[in-house]
Design a protein around this ligand. Structure first.
Ligand code: SAH
Length: 368
């Protein structure tokens, strides 16, 4: 009988704490973690033989028991506005998407946290794909590693990726542990060295996880609000039935409590005739007034199955003006990468759906 090969440890799965433990367990000193993290994340080296500040014996040992396992780039698209979108294949065959958005002063990488999404928000393309599984730390961090290799460095030697947003496919707070470990790597000075301000987690509002997140990694917070009343939000973001608006806003306040200058970003997708009226703008202003809040209006990005339309620019401007008049900092998000389906809510990947959502929808259509 042949013995099955030992599964190698994927070092991309380890944040500093885990890597220190791992080295100590193999009888090495803890500073090896710093050395190896720098090689992997900052210098992009995946071949242990090139890690020249490790002795030869250790390099050979690492090659036997460890690897740097990355998702595979299936395709890379570049939009006319400079936005990149990558389709990445994971072990098991599912694919996820990652987007890079260059701006004058910064470069933002939008990464995925799950294969598909379980939340079924009615205006989101990922929701229509169904859900398969959580991403591993290596699959979350691997998106940054790969994008960093393509995008490269600025003149001053720093990465062109200055900001990371967990706004791709999936609900990050439903993959809590893996997301927190990945955030640790984003913030680590031997890896990507980003400040907490420059890492933003976007959530549909998983209240208990928000409380835990604040304790372990209080990065910038964005919340997908999209409606100012529970009846409408129940339809747009079904998770609202479990965690309604008032409780969500209170949890958000608690998240930034004690830091008067911090603000929660409330995302609000602009859907024509659904949530973009004057009355609804006033309602939203009333809801957020006096809170540590700013608003990000997102023009709806269509996808084939969607029943919604983007609000006309005049309605978006009118909505914004009402919020601004009420004293709320309000920004309309620029739509980027639309020609490559890389805009918010358009990320679809290739998902083996475990929820049978497509099937349920089809039989509902037949019945209907
Ligand atoms: N699950 C998380 C993160 C993923 S969605 C969340 O709900 O926040 C990232 C942002 O894109 C959210 O604000 C989401 O509501 C928005 N979005 C989803 N579909 C969209 C679409 N079709 N057009 C514009 N924005 C969309």
């Amino acid at each position: 009988m042949t013995s099955s090969p030992v599964k190698k440890t994927n070092l991309l799965d380890l944040d500093r704490e885990a890597m220190v433990d791992w080295f100590v367990q193999m009888g090495e000193r803890s500073f090896r973690a710093s050395q190896v993290m720098k090689w992997i994340h900052q210098r992009g080296v995946t071949d242990f033989d090139q890690m020249t500040d490790l002795n030869k014996t250790l390099r050979a040992a690492l090659a036997n028991i460890a690897e740097i396992g990355l998702p595979e780039i299936v395709s890379e698209q570049r939009s006319s506005d400079g936005t990149y979108k990558w389709l990445l294949r994971l072990e098991g065959g599912n694919c996820i998407e990652t987007v890079y958005i260059p701006e004058t002063e910064r470069g933002t990488l939008c990464i995925s946290s799950q294969v598909g999404c379980a939340l079924e928000c009615s205006f989101c393309s990922t929701g229509y794909q169904g859900f398969n599984r959580n991403l591993s730390v290596a699959e979350i961090v691997g998106q940054i590693w790969l994008a960093h290799r393509v995008i490269g460095f600025r003149g001053d030697g720093r990465s062109k990726i200055t900001n990371i947003v967990l706004m791709g496919m999936g609900e990050p707070l439903l993959n809590f542990d893996k997301v927190v470990k990945s955030i640790n790597v984003m913030l680590d000075d031997d890896a990507y060295g980003l400040s907490k301000r420059r890492v933003t987690l976007s959530t549909a509002g998983v209240i208990p996880a928000l409380e835990r997140l604040r304790e372990v990694a209080d990065v910038s917070l964005a919340v997908s609000l999209h409606a100012a009343d529970d009846a409408l939000r129940n339809v747009l973001v079904p998770l609202n039935k479990k965690y309604p608006i008032k409780a969500l806003l209170d949890a958000c306040e608690a998240y930034v409590a004690g830091s008067p200058r911090k603000k929660v970003t409330y995302e609000y997708v602009m859907l024509e005739g659904v949530n973009d009226s004057v009355k609804q703008a006033k309602q939203l202003a009333g809801l957020l007034q006096g809170r540590q809040a700013k608003v990000n209006l997102i023009p709806f990005n269509p996808f084939p199955e969607a029943d919604y339309k983007r609000s006309p620019q005049s309605s978006i401007d009118r909505f914004r003006d009402i919020l601004v008049a009420a004293g709320l900092v309000t920004i309309t998000r620029k739509t980027r990468g639309e020609d490559i389906d890389g805009a918010c809510g358009q990320l679809a990947g290739q998902i083996v759906d475990k929820t049978r959502r497509q099937q349920r929808r089809m039989s509902a259509t037949e019945r209907g």
